[in-house]
Design a protein around this ligand. Structure first.
Ligand code: F6P
Length: 407
């Protein structure tokens, strides 16, 4: 039945399609009968606490439960191109559960737009050939929304891929949670706790900038848990006058200090309008030049936005006559030991990933769903952002305890 398949493919189930005249049934049979022997794993995009726990989860299940070999690629998709890999044997997986960062290293390189010797090239074909040459039956990619997009491209190019959702931003679509978020949430909450006493002592406004890219989960969570007086998230554009009013009201009630938790992506109403126009221009651009122009416009707005938190603090000082200070938490939120919740989530998703590989369920992300996990097709995840709904229960909760959301 399988006699006329290209001989080189028989040892590996990696290639889902091959040139020629094979029937769908034969491909299916081929997939079902070839045994997984070796899998690859990489971490891409920004690092986040829990990556090593996930590598260990996939690795231990692969080695111990299924008896496969596991190979780690260094620095994201670049390691696949430059053949930088390490064998993830038992020794390599030992002692990493509790460590921050990623033992594999990471990068934001994209397979289809990689800079090689100063030239931007599509390396998809190179990656496919390399994986075939090295006998990798499935590639596991640990990353956020951008990585899901890249993984989908590889999957469409005939590569068996599975992704796991990681990011401190918690903004990956179709999963209840991403590992890294719980740890970052603890760090940001503790920072807000600590800022309280100094803001109180000096009767100041302290504006704490929290990461999260274009989503407000981290700021909303830490602001709520830390008792910030004002929480500003990208999903709810703010009016600085309303924030100043809320702070003045607090002063009148005897609290002559305020903590403002602001997401790095939070926008004033005016800026949100300007971004909206630029985004519409991009969505409607009919030509490549039109698209490039609109993208440049958005990039220029992003550059201007970088000073937003400082500007906001200065505006609040002027409007309230309270001294203001800024604390930018930055990469502190991504560093260090993962908390227990992230270790558990990463291990759960990692072992579920091995089970899905065993079932040959490729082209999916392993999502967290309640106490369980669920494979979600990558095209339902790629390019989608999980934002905070304006009527989310945490938003309502914040309003109930009197937090100003800037609107
Ligand atoms: O996606 C994680 C994240 O930390 C975002 O919150 C932040 O906007 C971004 O990465 C920062 O990226 P980099 O580490 O490349 O500066």
């Amino acid at each position: 039945m399988l006699g006329d398949l290209p001989a080189g493919e028989l040892g590996s189930g990696f290639v889902r399609q091959w040139p020629g005249t094979c029937s769908i049934e034969r491909k299916y049979l081929f997939q079902m009968t070839t045994k997984i022997k070796r899998i690859g794993i990489l971490t891409a995009g920004g690092d986040s606490p829990g990556l090593n726990a996930a590598i260990r989860g996939v690795g231990k299940a692969a080695l111990g439960h299924y008896g496969w070999e596991i190979v780690g690629f260094r620095d994201g998709f670049r390691g696949l191109v430059e053949n930088r890999r390490i064998s993830l044997d038992r020794a390599a997986l030992s002692g990493i559960l509790t460590t921050g960062g990623t033992i594999l290293g990471t990068s934001r390189d994209k397979p289809h737009r990689m800079v090689i010797n100063g030239e931007t090239r599509d390396m998809t074909g190179v990656i496919r050939n390399n994986l075939r040459k090295w006998g990798i039956d499935c590639l596991v990619c640990l990353g956020g929304g951008g990585t899901a997009k890249n993984a989908l491209r590889l999957h469409r190019a005939g590569i068996n891929v599975i992704t796991l959702p990681k990011t401190i931003d918690n903004d990956v679509a179709m999963t209840d949670a991403t590992f890294g978020y719980a740890t970052a949430l603890d760090i940001a909450t503790e920072a807000i706790d600590r800022l309280h006493s100094t803001a109180h002592s000096h009767h100041r406004i302290i504006v704490a900038e929290i990461m999260g890219h274009r989503a407000g989960w981290l700021t909303l969570g830490a602001g709520l848990a830390g008792g910030a007086d004002v929480i500003l998230i990208p999903e709810i554009p703010y009016n600085v006058v309303k924030i100043a009013d809320a702070i003045r009201q607090r002063s009148k009630r005897g609290s002559n200090f305020s903590i403002v938790a602001v997401a790095e992506g939070a926008l004033s109403r005016d800026d949100a309008r300007i971004y909206g126009i630029a985004q519409k221009k991009l969505d409607r651009a009919a030509t490549l030049n039109g698209k490039i122009e609109a993208k440049h416009e958005i990039a220029a707005l992003d550059v201007r936005h970088q000073g937003n938190t400082l500007r906001l603090a200065a505006q609040l000082e002027e409007l309230t006559h309270l001294e203001s200070r800024v604390t930018i938490l930055g990469h502190v939120q991504r560093g260090g030991t993962p908390c227990a919740a992230d270790r558990m989530l990463a291990t759960r998703l990692g072992t579920a990933c091995a089970d899905l590989i065993n079932e040959r369920r490729f082209g999916v992300m392993v999502a967290a769903r309640g106490d369980d996990t669920e494979p979600v097709p990558l095209d339902k995840v790629a390019g989608k952002l999980k934002s905070v709904p304006r009527d989310h229960s945490l938003v309502e909760t914040a309003r109930r305890v009197g937090t100003c959301l800037g609107d």
